[in-house]
Write a protein that binds this ligand. Structure first.
Ligand SMILES: [Ca+2]
Length: 735
């Protein structure tokens, strides 16, 4: 019978059960201390199987300890013995390639967004003999999905090179290579050299890129429309109700072009050293497009000797054998012994969910400890509707009480999801996790990085990177309360970057703070769908592409109405306010959308900067079929900077009203307020009223953006005003 020990039981309570567990823990710790040579040897020879040593983790004879500190052993293997090695003698520091944040000068976004210790350099600002893509925000183009809306395309034999701005031992390359002719992706080499030597090769892949067609998308570039019974914007028709049947070119709606890959350089290079990325002359990729490179100085691996080391429970750090059961055994032991689980450097194959409850799992850092899985087709659908499973760490389902006191940190999750199937639970993190924390993970190639299904309470998500997802980055789904998402970096999601989705049950008391969200290829950077007392603060959101914008407050998708106060404070958006392909009108960087209910919660939008808006900065809209049912009535904008709009500062396409105070605008491309109200156009004016609380200054070609003649509700409705591309954002004068 298993020992059942209360979570808080002190080990000084000497029941027979706790005595045995304490003895086991002591023995295990001693064994871990004795295994440094095992781990050391293992890391030096990644091909050596562990079988003979790890099938009996308890009581087996372990090798004699060596005098070499374990940390030094890890360091030697991972290149840190040369941590402070200088670059080649005589290398002259070149001018560093410009460092940016979301392709902006960092001074323009100081104090906002995430800081995870890497420096972003855009390829279009680097030295190259390739072709710099002309900036574009047109969906389904390489430029639109690139950070800063531009990238560099290399033909075989061409290069792009970046001068390091600071010492670095690791890079992340965001790139795109073509799909296979019939879909499914290809691999192709990318050569990396530093200062003309230290050559190495990365193997790029497009297996996780290139989706086509309509929701939920396809990997087949030749497929005709998946939904000929849907209204289709390209023909402005329902294809199977149209004669003659419209023909759509293929590939139809290609998207999700980019992927990223990380590389430890094996030593530390200096500021001024030059990293060249080359498409080798013989590459099978006709083009290799480089969007950007991030560089950083990764800390040495973390080691925890007091924890339950998964190697002692049979885990295989070479990634050859499945380690799921070994990790389960380590978790079971750690749970009983009240110690954390430690996953040392290595790649661990896991092809299903690891169920976590009341446990701490620590990796050595997400550059070192990688949990990697294949997507597995289930023999029959799971009760939750999944037809696949894959690598992920899951709390128990909320209907089973959820999990509590789970703390995950310092590892990467590398999934294998290439298609969007919404019923599949193939997310990096899932289930219900109350009183828990997730810190310092890198989550890649899963469907959703973290999909939490409440009800649950008090989860803190900090310092994570989530990239190249098929769907959302993080979603608080249904009754997630009192939880925080802070200082996370999200790039290239196939749906919302960060979302709170109050389907049926309200999310409440949650905060998204100081996150960076870049290039969601569909939907929004940050979206709130219903809920109460929510905060979105100090985030940086860049380059949304279609059917969404930077910030959305939307009453849709079966969400409960908004309640309480919604604070949208001190965020910066850039290159948002996209073109809505179905409506064929421009959106706003912040998009407030009453589709299924009126929005009458107290919405405070304060201190935000909306930069380089492709169309509008602010849009408030109710869909046309429900324009007389729902309104938007209690929205307040204050202390806002709008720097550049292709069209207006405010587009109002709903009944209701909003107040404005100290909303300062410049480089406005069209009339300051595009006011359609609810489209009745009566002599009384628009159904949407603007209230000027003072300090609303500046404008553009048409004079002050909030001119007195526009107030309170002058109809200025124009579906498609001419777009005037704004100049690049610049510093705002003090005061
Ligand atoms: Ca770029």
């Amino acid at each position: 019978m298993a020992c059942l020990v209360p979570v808080q039981a002190p080990v000084t309570v000497l029941t027979p059960c706790t005595v045995r567990i304490t003895q086991e823990a002591t023995q295990l710790t001693q064994e871990i201390l004795q295994t440094e040579k095992v781990i050391d040897d293992l890391l030096k020879s990644s091909h050596r199987p562990l079988d003979s040593r790890t099938t009996a983790p308890y009581g087996s004879v372990m090798p004699t300890p060596t005098t070499k500190p374990l940390a030094a052993s890890f360091a030697a293997v991972l290149g840190f013995s040369t941590l402070i090695a200088a670059g080649p003698a005589g290398a002259s520091p070149a001018a560093a390639t410009k460092v940016t944040r979301a392709a902006l000068d960092p001074s323009l976004v100081a104090g906002r967004g995430a800081d995870l210790g890497f420096a972003e350099q855009e390829a279009e600002n680097a030295v190259t003999d390739g072709t710099v893509l002309a900036p574009s925000t047109d969906a389904y183009s390489l430029a639109a999905e690139a950070s800063g809306r531009s990238a560099v395309t290399l033909k075989p034999g061409q290069y792009v090179e970046f001068t390091l701005p600071a010492a670095a031992n690791a890079i992340t390359v965001r790139y795109s290579i073509p799909d296979a002719p019939a879909g499914g992706g290809v691999t192709a080499p990318l050569e990396v050299s530093v200062n003309g030597h230290d050559h190495r090769s990365m193997t790029l892949t497009s297996q996780y890129a290139w989706l086509y067609n309509e929701y939920p998308f396809s990997n087949d570039p030749a497929a005709g429309p998946l939904h000929p019974d849907w209204w289709t914007t390209e023909c402005g028709c329902v294809p199977d109700q149209t004669t003659p049947t419209p023909v759509f070119g293929t590939p139809f709606r290609p998207n999700h072009f980019y992927d990223e890959q990380r590389l430890l350089l094996g030593r530390t290079y200096r500021a001024g050293d030059v990293i060249r990325l080359s498409a080798p002359a013989g590459t099978n990729a006709a083009t290799t497009t480089i969007d950007l490179m991030d560089s950083q100085l990764v800390a040495p691996p973390k080691i925890d000797l007091r924890a339950a080391n998964v190697l002692l429970f049979g885990a295989d750090p070479t990634g050859r054998r499945d380690s799921a059961q070994a990790i389960d055994r380590a978790i079971a032991f750690a749970h009983s012994a009240h110690v954390p689980v430690y996953i040392p450097p290595g790649t661990y194959q896991v092809n299903r969910h690891i169920i976590v409850d009341d446990v701490t799992i620590e990796g050595a850092g997400n550059w070192y400890t990688v949990i990697k899985g294949h997507q597995v087709t289930l023999s029959s659908p799971a009760p939750d509707g999944s037809v696949h499973t894959g690598v992920g760490f899951y709390g128990k389902d909320a209907s089973a009480g959820g999990s509590h006191n789970v703390h995950l940190s310092g590892f990467a999750i590398e999934g294998d999801v290439r298609m969007r199937i919404d019923t599949d639970q193939v997310n990096g993190i899932g289930g219900a996790l109350s009183d828990s924390s997730i810190e310092g993970l890198y989550i890649h190639h899963t469907k959703v990085g973290m999909w939490l299904d409440g009800p649950m309470n008090n989860l803190t998500i900090t310092g994570n990177q989530i990239a190249d997802q098929i769907a959302d980055g993080i979603n608080f789904h249904t009754g997630v309360t009192g939880s925080v998402v802070r200082n996370n970096f999200i790039r290239n999601t196939g749906d919302d970057g960060l979302a709170m989705w109050s389907e049926k049950t309200a999310d409440s008391g949650d905060t998204f703070d100081h996150n960076t969200v870049q290039t969601p290829v569909l939907a929004n950077g940050i979206a709130l769908y219903g809920g109460s007392d929510l905060t979105v603060s100090d985030n940086l959101v860049a380059d949304p592409i279609r059917e969404g914008s930077a910030l959305q407050i939307g009453s849709r998708f079966g969400a409960v109405p908004f309640g309480g106060t919604v604070n949208v404070a001190d965020n910066t958006t850039v290159r948002a306010g996209t073109f809505e392909l179905n409506w064929k009108i421009g959106l706003g960087a912040i998009w407030i959308y009453a589709l299924e209910h009126s929005i009458d919660a107290n919405i405070q939008v304060t201190g935000d900067n909306f930069l380089d808006n492709t169309y509008n900065a602010i849009m408030m809209v109710s869909d046309f079929p429900v324009k007389d049912l729902y309104s938007i009535t209690d929205v307040h904008f204050a202390n806002i900077h709008v720097d550049g709009t292709g069209t207006s500062v405010v587009s109002a396409r709903a009944a209701g009203g909003a107040t404005f105070q100290n909303v300062q605008a410049r480089n406005v491309g069209a009339v300051g307020v595009n006011n359609c109200g609810s489209f009745h156009f009566t002599p009384a004016g628009s159904e949407f009223a603007l209230t000027d609380l003072g300090g609303n200054t500046g404008g553009g070609t048409t004079g002050p953006w909030l001119a007195s003649w526009e107030l309170p509700n002058t109809i200025t409705c124009d579906d498609r005003p001419a777009v005037v591309a704004p100049p690049a954002p610049s510093a705002w004068p003090a005061g």
